[in-house]
Design a protein around this ligand. Sequence first.
Ligand code: UTP
Length: 459
Amino acid sequence: MSSEVDQRASKARAAAEAAGQGHVFEHWDALTDAEKEKLLSDVEDVTPEQEVEWTQHGFRLIAEGRVAVLLLAGGQGTRLGSSAPKGCYDIQLPSHKSLFQLQAERLLRLQQLAAEAMGTAAAAVKPLQWYIMTSAFTHAETIAHFEAGGYFGLQPGQVHFFQQGFLPCLTEEGALGRGKLILEARGSLAKAPDGNGGVYLSLARSGALDAMAAAGVECLDCYCVDNALARLGDPRFVGYCHGGARADVGVFARRRVGEPAATEQPSPSSSSPSLGPLAVLEYSELDPSLASAANPATGQLYYNWSNICMHYFSVAWLRRVADSLLGGGGTPYHVARKRIPSVSGPVPGIKLELFIFDTFAMAAGERTALVEVERSEEFAPVKNAPGSATDSPDTARAAVLALHAGWVRAAGGAVAAAEGVEVSPLVSYGGEGLAALVAGKTYDSSLVPELQQPQPAAP
Ligand code: UTP
């Protein structure tokens, strides 16, 4: 093997050891040259050149309409306690934009950035198609919110709503499976959405998968409505999964290192991918002793990553999963214990749910990718009621304002407002393009007009 490979190996080995992952080199000496190349390409750090290449590839996919964005917005938001769909929720940012509006504006900015990256006029970029999964509980109000907001600047034709299915709720009497159906009213059963894993069948049944394939969409970037920092359609990650890893399934995860497991409050979808075949475990089903188990030598958690429910899927893979499910293949339901509204008042009961990651077992033998991201840049979940210490509208707002203040500072501005500052997604998607606006300025308020509206281009 060449000395170049030896040099790369010793650098990668040192980095792996520093990260407590040195064991991946334990068979190095027995590997063939081709196997050494493969292992190195798996573990080597991303170079800035690769990142630029993947980002450019992602912008090309956006501009050519080969990627679409999939939003999971059928949940009932029980813990948040708002009767409206979560996407309509105002987390009390200074602009008071709803989560849906923030996300719509991120799409608009992405389209503009894609045009710039491709050196074309904005009109030459295909509108980024946005598939929004609702449920019977959120559908009408979600559409009404978009209509009232004029689709927040998007073309109505690029936004596609489709509904997931639902399942009856049961009492817990007797062994699981022998619970009784609950009457919600004298003439109707209590039902609940079938979980975000209902997305596969509903994509197929609604005709959305066919429409995507017909339109030349090759892959989807998928995220949850209740992540105030979701970088939907992120060209870096889409470009990496599609062009770099050539993956069918991609999972974005944040690192749990440094978070004391005993006080960890993971979000419902927060789980840990395992080594080997891609797998995500539901945190509430994971034995707490396993969740907090750490390598005694390094102190590192064995279950090192938390799934932030941002995924990449190839359309071909979604089709294979949907066909398998339609053909009778399936995965067991998860059980959520909740108070269920009934004809005689709320009663303790169970909802049955499928999770989006349940099908990942079907990806054995497919190409998968795991991408580690920074929580502070990507994940601000809105799960619990206002005032809750974790994963609440308040913690999400603080995370958004702190991140944006960091962008302003990195671009040469100063932020004196204690809470931070809000940057409209129309102005910046991920901190880009701020230097000309903010350099040398100090912001005393978290709501600044010039950070809310894109400035007209200089003549
Ligand atoms: P969660 O289960 O964390 O949130 O869903 P929820 O259902 O909105 O709130 P609770 O559990 O009742 O308090 C994570 C993501 O999956 C979506 C949600 O909309 C959210 O984006 N989801 C959840 C669905 O799309 N459908 C479902 O049936 C359940």
